[in-house]
Ligand binder design. Structure first.
Ligand code: PMP
Length: 394
């Protein structure tokens, strides 16, 4: 039997994607400085990072990283359970638990791995996993990896979620939702979901990758903003590479949850612990994110300035009060052209196209940061005005 060649098949798929003009492209960034980057010899004002509090280049984080590297070296040398679990990790976990009001927290090397690990550790084959249709890809992948009976309800549709939770799939049930939706910027109806899960005996998991640092009075995230306790949201996951400006992720919850993850989450057990110096820098970022509420205030003022200006221009805003402020353009080619025109004017806002978002819902995913100034938002609005997006068919 002659088998088709795997790599050749992949090449055909790649060519098809290019033909559909949906190819993803890598860009080398030479330098990053505040909200600017240098790429291909050009300086661009960036509106697409997740560095919402402007901490990624904070000198205090850099100094914490350098100090810890001087003391502990670069790599952790092994997985946490072998001999990679350093004091820096333990202290960061304590700080994260305290911040989010949870008993314990556990570090993972990335958010993607945290979600895969949680799902695989909690769910047994064939058990019910109910998810919002717009959840991040790694929550969906996690449910698939666990072999769960995955049911996806239309975005924030509580009735549909209730119906799915009442389906006759036997065993335990997990309902997982993004806290802030990564491509739309809106916030999940967390209080209602918590009530629903309590009624139906399901466990609620919130991925607050885009909420932690940004929402809530001291930045503890969407779950804290909704005043939901560990009982309401037993599984809280968030990433460290967005508002905290670092890298990695954590899961916070009861000691029982964390002890169980240490035993059973394969993406925790079988991978190298994050560099301890990075944990030290992240700890510094947590302290700053908690204490410097002016960053959230500045960010919120910039968000309002952008929305006000965009409304006046009739731009296709989406209902979001978070730093994720997409402009829904519909057609993939149209979104790509808008992004290219902005880039020609020295602004970087990438087009998000299928399969990342549904067909016909391509958009410019504009994100704002406390690293921006009003003058930057005004420059963006001016450039957007020149694109005549208001006239575009969605
Ligand atoms: N969850 C959400 C909601 C995300 O947006 C992302 C990253 N884009 C992740 C998880 C994955 O996190 P990481 O980048 O740390 O793997």
């Amino acid at each position: 039997m002659s088998r088709p060649d795997l790599i050749e098949r992949l090449a055909v798929q790649t060519a098809e994607r290019a033909q559909a003009q949906l190819q993803r492209r890598l860009r080398v960034i030479e330098r990053a400085e505040g909200p600017f980057i240098e790429s291909n010899g050009r300086r661009l004002l960036v509106f697409c990072t997740n560095d919402y509090l402007g901490l990624a280049q904070d000198p205090r984080l850099i100094s914490a990283l350098k100090h810890a590297a001087d003391a502990s070296g670069v790599g952790s040398g092994s997985a946490h359970l072998i001999c990679g679990h350093r004091r820096e990790h333990a202290e960061l976990e304590e700080a994260l638990a305290e911040w989010t009001g949870r008993e314990r927290a556990l570090l993972f090397s990335t958010g993607y791995m945290a979600n895969l690990g949680v799902m695989q550790a909690l769910l047994q084959r064939g058990e019910l996993c109910v998810q919002d249709k717009l959840n991040h890809a790694c929550l969906l992948d996690g449910a698939q990896l666990a072999g769960a009976a995955l049911k996806r309800y239309p975005h924030t549709d509580l009735d549909a979620a209730a119906r799915q939770l009442r389906s006759d799939v036997e065993g335990c049930a997990l309902l997982a939702t993004d806290g802030v939706f990564s491509m739309d910027g809106d916030i999940a109806p967390l209080r209602e979901l918590a009530t629903l899960c309590a009624q139906e005996g399901a466990t609620l998991m919130v991925d607050d990758a885009h909420g932690v640092g940004v929402l809530g009075t001291d930045g503890a995230g969407s779950v804290a903003e909704a005043s939901l306790s560990e009982r309401d949201v037993p599984v809280l996951m968030a990433t460290l590479g967005k508002a905290l400006g670092c890298n990695g992720a954590f899961v916070a919850g009861s000691a029982t949850l964390i002890d169980g993850l240490i035993q059973f989450a394969r993406t925790y057990i079988y991978t190298t612990a994050m560099p301890p110096a990075l944990a030290a820098a992240t700890h510094c970022a947590v302290t700053i994110a908690r204490n410097e509420s002016w960053r959230r205030e500045k960010l919120n003022a910039l968000i309002q300035r952008f929305r006000h200006g965009a409304e006046q221009l009739g731009l296709p805003l989406m209902p979001s009060r978070t730093p994720i402020q997409p402009l829904l353009l519909g057609d993939a080619q149209h979104a790509l052209e808008a992004s290219r025109t902005l880039e020609a004017q020295g602004l970087l806002a990438v087009a998000i196209r299928p399969p990342t978002v549904p067909q016909g819902q391509s958009r410019l995913r504009i994100t704002l940061s406390a690293a921006h100034e009003e003058i930057h938002v005004d420059r963006l609005l001016e450039a957007l005005a020149s694109l005549r997006l208001a006239d575009a068919p969605v």
